[in-house]
Design a protein around this ligand. Structure first.
Ligand SMILES: *Cc1c(COP(=O)(O)O)cnc(C)c1O
Length: 367
């Protein structure tokens, strides 16, 4: 089992599955029920507590995929991130936020942190000197992203986990863009790993979910927040997500290959001013990504040479990717980010040659 590719693909199918199978069913059953008999001793399962068997089964699957002791599944990615932060930032806590950050995370910090008695410093995820300058006696947590969204940078992830440990901070990472196929943050020492499972973990653009993984002890605190705020994942969504996870490795490897193929086309095209994809040797963080990742992710950004109007022409001329704002699904998507011609591409699982041909014809029209 020394080939980590083989291992992860096996884990995606079998990780966390009860053996022998429940009632002999190879697919774990969907228990949609909210109420359970008390039985003998212990608390009866209850849906908001996340103890319905389908919810618990999904959590065992998610913990296995991140190589964690425990997982808490939530109703969205934002519910996961906010539960993780609530679990570590008491009243008056300070957070070092090292990343560019997904819009929802950024907005949560900007609009709600102060009201909760927290404050934070936004710093560069690659600049350890800036982390040290941001340290205060009240600093409790260090938050970062594996691949920053939408800037597509890879910070000093190994250094960040070490920095947090040295200073007694809880390290929290949003691993959504990478997925555990590409990077498993617990293996380099991150304490809490968060995902929007709405994206690649489910992969089919048909449910909202999130997850936090970590040690049992840390996850007890996350679960306590999740129960208090009532953000448990609905069992039907849990059942579908568990199904989506079976093909995670296959989907993400195809998405990574497609993103690489499109990145290479864009990098050589005169209608493109700049491409950001960690799989390109010219990317400033290519060395880190090559050293730590298994694949370079499914998301890239590019800037049209002709600015906003040219980006508009390209996006309209593309026949395969939807012009829609998300990432990680089986369908390729393009998203226009701001008025200056910046476009994000999230690779789906289409044939790479079809995507390359489609981008070539769309870019040729924007020359
Ligand atoms: C989408 C996303 C989130 C938020 O997830 P939701 O499921 O929409 O709440 C958080 N982080 C990243 C990187 C995302 O892409």
């Amino acid at each position: 089992m020394s080939d980590k590719r083989t291992r992860f693909e096996t884990l995606a199918v079998h990780g966390g599955e009860p053996r022998p199978a429940a009632d002999g069913s190879v697919v774990f059953p969907l228990y949609q029920g909210t109420v359970f008999e008390a039985g003998s001793g212990g608390d009866a399962p209850y849906i908001r507590l996340g103890t319905n068997p389908t919810q618990r089964h999904l959590e065992a699957r998610l913990a296995a995929l991140e190589g964690a002791e425990s997982a808490v599944a939530t109703g969205s990615g934002m519910a996961a991130i906010t539960a993780a932060l609530h679990s570590v930032l008491g009243s008056g806590g300070h957070l070092i936020a090292a990343g560019a950050f997904y819009g929802g995370t950024h907005r949560f910090l900007a609009e709600h942190a102060a009201r909760l008695g927290w404050d934070f410093d936004l710093v560069d995820p690659g600049d350890a000197a800036a982390w040290r300058r941001a340290l205060r006696p009240r600093t409790r947590a260090f938050l970062t992203e594996t691949i920053t969204n939408p800037t597509i940078r890879v910070g000093d992830l190994v250094g960040a986990a070490r920095f947090a440990r040295e200073h007694g901070l809880t390290s929290v990472i949003d691993n959504t863009l990478a997925t555990p196929v590409v990077f498993r943050p617990h293996t380099v020492g991150f304490d809490l790993v968060c995902h929007s499972a709405t994206k690649a973990l489910n992969g089919h653009s048909d449910l909202a979910a999130g997850v936090v993984t970590g040690t049992r002890e840390r996850l007890e605190r996350v679960r306590s927040v999740q129960r208090a705020y009532g953000s448990a994942l609905d069992p039907h969504a849990a059942f579908l997500l568990s199904r989506g996870l079976k093909t995670l490795a296959l989907r993400v490897r195809q998405q990574n290959a497609n993103a690489q193929a499109v990145a290479e086309l864009l990098a050589g095209h005169e209608a493109v001013a700049q491409v950001r994809y960690p799989g390109l040797a010219a990317h400033p963080d290519h060395g880190r990504a090559a050293a730590w990742f298994d694949g370079f992710g499914s998301v890239l950004t590019f800037r049209a040479a002709g600015g906003g109007p040219a980006a508009e022409v390209v996006v309209k001329a593309l026949r395969l990717p939807y012009d829609a704002s998300s990432l990680g699904g089986v369908e390729s998507l393009v998203t226009r980010l701001g008025p200056h011609g910046l476009v994000r591409f999230s690779a789906g699982i289409e044939a790479p040659a079809d995507l390359v041909e489609d981008f070539a014809q769309a870019l040729d029209g924007a020359r």
